[in-house]
Design a protein around this ligand. Structure first.
Ligand code: UTP
Length: 289
């Protein structure tokens, strides 16, 4: 079955980036000059998704505006002869069909996904968390979709993380099926290193069967008083198979300050206009340490 819809929850408060996120949604903080959410939407587009569903909250309207037309800006840019940028803005507005639904209170990621149930309907869908930027030859969601297309069961993206970081993630216990593919047996949210069933952490890309909605509805608040997606996935595991796939690519956790700086430097180094001056600056800054 072809998957056409992707849910991108953007209703979180972004407290780790305060005060920047007091008025600016964290999803619009730029990696150099492109808001991070644009990279995530691009991954969905490149994976063959046809419609993006944003789960938004108060103060997040500007995220939708970013993907809308801006005629007054187009006019000024055309008048000034900045046609290339005018075309870039048009391309962003035409990237993909976008709809949105409100999550009135930030009750957790599981609840945010649940808010999209009517817009998704009774079909499988992808979920992309905007905190994760993933560089990959085959877009990460596309990698998961290929497994879904074969197995017709939910698939989550996994990444091996060092022992001292495992307590920050949802972690799987699974049986290896083939290189990178696991049959998930259990999930543990933020385990202490000693109790972690593996070093395979769940990151922010999922392809889910629609049964998850009725299971999320029954899921009670867990860690932090929030309805966790991981708890919904545990219920799913009681009824159906769940696969985990160690995706191929590089992930930047931009919900975290260090990850954000790392992404900024990495993306700047890939830009022909910035690469050389950034390298020169980093060298001189390190020499002056
Ligand atoms: P985070 O746990 O990173 O929370 O959410 P946050 O509020 O965005 O950021 P911090 O931790 O306070 O700095 C993971 C993803 O789930 C979404 C967020 O927008 C983010 O993409 N989310 C989280 C919701 O949409 N609603 C929620 O109730 C919670």
């Amino acid at each position: 079955m072809k998957i056409n819809k992707a849910v991108i929850p953007v209703a979180g408060l972004g407290t780790r980036f305060l005060p920047a996120t007091k008025t600016v949604p964290k999803e619009l903080l730029p990696i150099v000059d492109i808001p991070s959410i644009q990279y995530v939407v691009q991954e969905a587009v490149d994976s063959g998704i046809k419609e993006v569903i944003f789960v938004t909250g108060r103060g997040k309207d500007s995220i939708e505006d970013h993907f809308d037309v801006a005629p007054e800006l187009d006019l000024v840019l055309e008048e000034r002869g900045q046609t290339e940028m005018a075309n870039t803005l048009k391309r962003i507005a035409e990237m993909i069909e976008i709809v949105s639904v409100r999550q009135k209170r930030p009750l957790g990621l599981g609840h945010a996904v649940f808010c999209a149930r009517d817009l998704v309907g009774n079909e499988p869908f992808a979920v992309l968390l905007a905190d994760d930027l993933i560089e990959a030859e085959v877009p990460c969601v596309r990698q998961l979709l290929e497994i879904f297309e074969e197995k017709n069961e939910s698939v989550i993206a996994l990444m091996k993380v060092p022992e001292n970081e495992i307590h920050r993630y949802g972690v799987i216990k699974g049986n290896g099926i083939s290189s990178r593919l696991y049959d998930v047996q259990d999930l543990v949210e933020k385990p202490a290193a000693k109790e972690a069933p593996s070093r395979l952490a769940i990151i922010g890309r999922y392809v889910l069967r629609p049964e998850i909605f009725s299971l999320l509805e029954k899921t009670s608040p867990g860690t932090g008083g929030e309805i966790q997606l991981t708890d919904g996935l545990l219920h799913l595991l009681e009824k159906r198979k769940l696969y985990g796939y160690e995706f191929v690519g590089e992930r930047y956790d931009i919900g975290d300050k260090y990850g954000f700086v790392r992404a900024t430097v990495a993306y700047a180094l890939k830009r022909p206009d910035l690469r050389e001056p950034v390298i020169a600056y980093l060298r001189s800054a390190l020499n002056n340490e």
